[in-house]
Design a protein around this ligand. Structure first.
Ligand code: LLP
Length: 435
């Protein structure tokens, strides 16, 4: 698939960049929001709200950008958790990239999507035996081992299957990625990875076991990183560890630097992936290690918007509320991390902006999509688009308050394809049989 050319989009004078959109796929024409060549208001009318809208071209161009930065010999393993829609997974596969999974369920998704599983890396602090067996049978690229108790389980699975199980050790380099505490993973107090002072013994256990093979090292420092320096600091520590004993480096073929490539969310700059590649690749090449990267958000975050309809307005105490039909169950990030997503009207009304809290119907004070946000005047029935919602939006949605999870639509030019139906209430109750 050809990557879209953002520059080409921006020279079309009828397309005005949409404030806060990280990709020109979401832009304004005559004051209205469009996704590629679809009017977002038309999509809302056809598919209802709340609705996730994804741009295929935005996904394609982000994959192109990462590939251009890291070169053809790096393995891109898309982090399935960011957006696990089967159609999105198929699109990633069409680009020839592999996957990073963290559960047997995500592996099942790949199977359901009909994509190969040999380019899969499997991380997670607590893998269950059935998940290990399934991944060994799937012939994945390697396991990212983060807990010592997994080694005998992996070895036993390999013995049963008659294969040597490839293992990359996930090291916890104790590097501060400068990100939100809930999504920082590379500090020594986090549950992830194996501390460097334990790692030598773990390597020895892997090397001793005929059913295991030390394929490499993995570090994932956290999510939404903005700086190159944590990636460099982690590699410094891994190289020092490898150089500490010949056994630590023997036979190693891969260095998996994790994901975490940050996007702008309408405020900051995104991570300079080219600078990350420039800082790391020569060092990896010198050691003959193939780079593996696990971007999730960077590939899909700016490719998605959550479209929601205004149910009403309300003024109470010192607050003005804009009540919308999307809630924390549809997009959890604002409630969970105080994440700030850009919000734009799908068709702006003239008038003075007002500072409002954009809140959903869920019975929690923490149910908000934005607080103290300046927005143009809005009335019941108007549509808003929450931007930067393609990653960790639909994939973190729940049925809290017995709400059906939203429909999802993938846009390609003028075509809009329903890629996930809105749930039905019958589906919500289906498992609650009387036993
Ligand atoms: N690799 C591993 C081992 C991971 O744990 C993650 C994310 C990724 C790659 C992909 O990270 P990304 O490139 O998407 O930043 N729900 C949170 C993010 C949690 C990320 C968990 N792990 C959020 O909405 O910000």
């Amino acid at each position: 698939m050809a990557a879209s050319d953002p520059a080409a989009d921006s020279v079309d004078p009828s397309r005005i960049p949409c404030p806060g959109a990280g990709h020109p796929a979401f832009h304004l024409r005559d004051g209205e929001l469009w996704c590629e060549d679809c009017r977002v208001a038309d999509l809302a009318a056809e598919f209802g709200t709340p609705l996730y809208v994804y741009s295929g071209a935005a996904i394609d161009s982000r994959v192109g950008a990462v590939r251009a930065a890291f070169g053809a010999d790096a393995r891109i393993c898309y982090a399935v958790k960011a957006n696990s829609n089967l159609t999105v997974l198929r699109r990633m596969h069409a680009h020839g990239i592999g996957f990073d999974v963290v559960s047997g369920g995500e592996l099942e998704r790949l199977r359901a999507a009909g994509v190969p599983t040999d380019g899969v890396v499997f991380a997670g602090v607590g893998k269950e035996p059935w998940e290990i067996d399934a991944a060994v049978a799937a012939g994945i690229l390697f396991f990212n081992v983060e807990s010592e108790h997994e080694l005998p389980l992996l070895a036993a699975a390999g013995r049963r299957a008659g294969v040597q199980v490839p293992v990359a050790l996930r090291l916890n380099p104790d590097v501060d990625a400068g990100t939100h505490a809930y999504i920082s993973t590379g500090k020594k107090d986090n549950k992830f990875g194996i501390a460097l002072d334990r790692a030598g013994e773990v390597v020895a256990a892997i090397v001793r076991d005929p059913n295991l093979r030390l394929a490499g090292y993995h570090v994932h420092l956290g999510s939404q990183l903005q700086e190159v320096s944590p990636y460099v600091a982690a590699l410094d520590k891994v190289e020092a560890f490898v150089d500490a004993a010949p056994e630590h480096g023997a036979g190693v073929t891969h260095y998996d630097l994790g994901g975490g490539f940050g996007i702008g969310y309408g405020k900051g700059a995104e991570l300079d992936v080219t600078a990350v590649a420039a800082a790391l690749l020569p060092r990896l090449r010198a050691r003959g290690w193939q780079p593996v990267i696990e971007p999730g958000r960077y590939l899909v975050g700016d490719a998605g918007a959550l479209v929601t309809a205004v149910l009403g307005t309300k003024q109470q105490g010192g607050s003005r509320f804009l009540l919308v039909d999307a809630a924390m169950n549809d997009l959890l990030r604002p409630a969970l991390y105080a994440a700030e997503h850009p919000i734009v009207p799908v068709a702006a009304r003239p008038g003075e902006p007002a500072v409002v809290d954009v809140v959903g119907p869920v019975c929690e004070t923490g149910d908000f999509l934005a607080r103290r946000r300046s927005l143009p005047p809005c009335a019941r029935g108007d549509l808003l688009a929450v931007l930067g919602a393609g990653a960790y939006g639909a994939s973190m949605a729940s049925n809290y308050n017995t709400r059906r999870r939203p429909a999802e639509v993938l846009v390609d030019g003028r075509a809009a394809r329903l890629v996930r139906r809105r749930e039905t209430f019958a589906q919500l109750f289906a498992n609650e049989v009387e036993l």
